[in-house]
Design a protein around this ligand. Structure first.
Ligand code: C5P
Length: 407
């Protein structure tokens, strides 16, 4: 939650400004107070009336306002916030701040502040790639300005590539990661969750019974402790938590790609039930039912994401946590799995149908680390998640030798 926090939201002039309306709504749902500032160009895209209505208060514009100067002043406006968010951050606004220009209210606020700034850039692909914009962004990053996005995708101008503003949920996650206090503040953690779907043909796939409940609970627990969470999820039954960056994938190969693209992270928790095999030759069109002929599926091994990340030479997360869903000899199998894959901890559980754990709301796990195995009593999946998140926070909080010792 963001109760008691004030966000100064600077809305720049770009088509992505419409997403800022949704961002205001979500911020207020999370308990934040939003003070909106619009550039002149922004009001060509969204009306100050809509912004004021959603923010539940006055919109500050770039016009010099004597009342505001007397009552509050632009310097105080910029400093009374807990975070300044610029969304959309246009090439113009980025350039003004990087160049030290303060010709309007938005840029003056950004120049006059000592509050942390987070920018969500949005612009045409070529503009984003332009050396001057890249230089400005690099300079701002180096001087402590945070960035979220831009994402790759279709642009309003008809082009494709990086330049699309991050979605409101992603911006919210980045804001929460900065503002939520907790033992994991400043830590970046990757969580995989859910099953994977391995295609047979365009309409059929092979899947498993994972609901994504445990991974989702872990992501929520980590975010609640102030971590910046990247949540890579297969097609799960439960919706992803608020306040995390969500990357949706279908197959194991897509999951591996999303995971490697999200590194570096301080810790990785691989709770996904990744399919071990995929169909060797995915049919390009729907396989037809033919009398007397049954399709024969051949399989191929999927990449092992946990092993790949655990065994990386460069950029390996400081702590890698794997899961082991077993139906017999849980500790022995999970201990062997930990050694084989090279992860630091394994959270093992018995998923025999009679336990009701897979797809259920409870879990009974055994945490396996260098220190041996530790049985946790049966409890709700959120409680397991909270306990695991506390252990991860403790391990990451220790000096490097301590983290090694905790493994
Ligand atoms: O080998 P097994 O599937 O039992 O191992 C479970 C652990 O390995 C889980 O943490 C799961 O997320 C991970 N895994 C993976 N990639 C695979 C298979 C499993 O990351 N292809």
């Amino acid at each position: 939650m963001l109760s008691g926090k004030t966000i100064l939201l600077i809305i720049g002039g770009g088509i992505a400004a419409y997403k800022s309306l949704e961002l205001i709504r979500r911020l207020r749902d999370r308990g934040a107070r939003v003070v909106p500032v619009m550039t002149g160009a922004a009001s060509e895209f969204v009306t100050p009336l809509s912004v004021a209505a959603l923010a539940g208060g006055k919109v500050y514009s770039e016009l010099f306002d004597l009342t505001d100067e007397a009552e509050m002043g632009h310097i105080q406006l910029s400093r009374s916030a807990d975070l300044i968010v610029v969304a959309p951050a246009t090439a113009d606004l980025i350039g003004k701040v990087a160049g030290g220009l303060a010709g309007d209210l938005a840029s003056t606020l950004l120049m006059a502040t000592d509050t942390e700034v987070l920018m969500a850039p949005a612009m045409n692909v070529r503009m984003w790639q332009h050396p001057s914009v890249q230089r400005n962004v690099g300079w701002l990053r180096a001087s402590g300005v945070g960035f979220v996005g831009p994402n790759d995708g279709d642009m309003a101008c008809g082009e494709y590539g990086p330049g699309r503003m991050s979605e409101p949920a992603e911006i919210l996650a980045a804001i929460e990661a900065r503002l939520m206090d907790g033992p994991m503040k400043g830590k970046r953690v990757l969580v995989t969750s859910g099953p994977t779907h391995e295609p047979i043909d365009p309409v059929r796939y092979i899947a498993n019974r994972s609901s994504g409940a445990q991974g989702t609970a872990i992501a929520l627990a980590l975010a609640a402790r102030g971590a910046e969470v990247i949540f890579v999820t297969g097609p799960a039954d439960v919706p992803p938590p608020e306040g995390v960056k969500v990357i949706r994938v279908q197959s194991a190969r897509e999951m591996l790609e999303a995971v490697t693209a999200s590194l570096p992270v301080d810790a990785a928790v691989m709770a996904a039930a990744v399919a071990d095999w995929r169909v060797a030759r995915e049919a390009k069109s729907k396989i037809k039912k033919e009398k007397g002929a049954l399709p024969v599926l051949e399989f191929e091994e999927n990449p092992d994401i946990l092993a790949t990340v655990s065994q990386m030479d460069a950029g390996r997360p400081g702590l890698v946590v794997g899961f082991a869903a077993e139906t017999d000899d849980v500790v022995a199998h999970a201990t062997a799995k930990r050694a084989r894959k090279g992860c630091d901890w394994i959270v093992a559980n018995d998923v025999s149908p009679e336990t009701g754990i897979m797809g259920g709301s409870e879990n009974a796990v055994i945490l396996i680390s260098d220190a041996g195995s530790e049985d946790w009593p049966r409890m709700g999946k959120q409680e397991v998640a909270d306990r695991l998140a506390d252990r991860i926070a403790a391990a990451l909080g220790m000096p490097p030798a301590g983290v090694l010792g905790a493994r």
